[in-house]
Ligand binder design. Sequence first.
Ligand code: MCA
Ligand code: AMP
Length: 508
Amino acid sequence: MKQYNLYAALRAAFPHDLDAAAVETDSGLVYSWRDLDRATAMIANLLVSLDLPPGSRIAVQVEKSVEAMMLYLATLRAGHVFLPLNTAYQSAEIEYFIGNAEPAVVVCSSRNFGWVSKLAFKAGTHHVFTLDEDRTGSLLARAAHCSDRHEIAPMGVDDLACIVYTSGTTGRSKGAMLTHGNMVSNAQVLKDYWGWRQGDVLIHALPIFHVHGLFVAIHGALLNGSKMIWLGKFDPKLVIAKMPEATVFMGVPTLYVRMLAEPTLTRRQASHMRLFISGSAPLLIETFNEWQERTGHTILERYGMSETIMLTSNPYDPEQGARRGGTVGFPLPGVGVRVRGDDGQAVPAGEIGGIQVKGPNVFKGYWRMPDKTKEEFTADGWFRTGDVGRIDQDGYVTIVGRSKDLIISGGYNVYPAEVEGYINEIPGVAESALVGVPHPDFGEVGVAVVIPKPGARIDGEQIVARLKSQLANFKIPKRCFVVDELPRNTMGKVQKNLLREQHKQLFG
Ligand code: MCA
Ligand code: AMP
């Protein structure tokens, strides 16, 4: 069925007045809806002129800018596959993503052009462009010569729109393949469920290389024809200052914690706002309560994954129920959520088990990993999230933990196996374990415990310094202890729960 293109769905929601403001930036720039449509057409035409095979991957590691969002929209419009990459990723991480995805086009910041283009050309990429946050770079220079008229590529529901890499529990990252159908269905459900209405204005303060900032926030505003107040970087003071001009805000819990530390956050300052949404990591009940007291608003917490976009949400409409702190609310309309025990059997309401999901939002599979994809689905077609939780009598879902060994730090995922792999390669290291411990700002942070080889002298600070040159900054352990042995169970397996317990007070 060739009738779907996520960009077409978003474009159809643009307001009649195309000269109205669509995006206002923190540096005072204003982009109209017409600007968005024309610029995305020009970039799409540049991609068309490259004569790429259908379904080509466009890998992008650039700083946040409106033009970076336009590149995303242009990729959709041209029918290619967008591959966003966190700007914190270092060369080893980028080499893996480019080697695995084999993108036809790579777009990077001009600062990184030297090393990124070398990696890209080595992997067979023919086109490397630059794009900087000040609207310079070869991508826009080339697109400036292209027509501003472009017919949106017709896509099938099942055709790929994006590949989002999510770190693997063991081994390397997996590329979650999301289709135009996944994205359109989820965006439409959220538009209705969160009561998007005329006059809404979104404060966009999240990075745009992960699901939360790139899909949930941008699709939400565009599909409602709503203006975005666009912040290049999260700044608690600035978000609070912008609240009287806005109605909707989305953030990870760390953003709420940081805003609560600002005396300017008051009930009056937040009185124009309609909705505060939190997700990507557990929101502490203390934060939920404190926000309610300070602003008079009840944060709406929701739950999702790169593989599934959004799955559950606390209700917006009070008639559907209260927003309950500590829960992630109800399965979204059309999304199936069930809890299964270790034996794969249903558990009674209120009991804990593995969360499994199904729906039009669930991804197509992991890029070039059919076996891994198969493993993550049950025989009857439900996706195993790796999250552990319960559904109570009233239907509220609560996440109580994760069966996957994952640390979520400030909304970013850190997979211990990946970091331990890098530590274990350091000369003098015999073995290591990375555990997540509570942190007042980031919610949770990684702490490394390392065993030296017999006779070797290693130093925790040196290990951290070395990792900084290899891994994205948010994956770097905040502390590194060198000890003689790791606690093990009778099977010889490292007991990470004991390490977590031992270090849980490290950050107060
Ligand atoms: C920065 N640092 C961190 C983190 N961020 N450490 C641990 N965890 C982090 N998340 C460290 C840096 O390594 C650096 O350390 C120091 O903090 C300052 O770095 P900077 O970049 O200036 O930090 P920041 O600007 O204050 O960033 C904090 C942040 C950012 C604003 C909370 O982490 C952020 O934007 N998080 C949002 C992530 C997000 O969008 N997640 C959604 C994923 P040093 O000085 O030692 O080098 S999508 C998802 O999860 C699903 C689908 C969902 O449900 O939404
Ligand atoms: P990612 O793969 O980066 O998309 O991260 C998805 C994971 O983030 C989920 O599997 C959950 O473990 C976690 N997550 C997302 N939203 C929430 C939330 N509201 N509460 C707790 N965990 C969450």
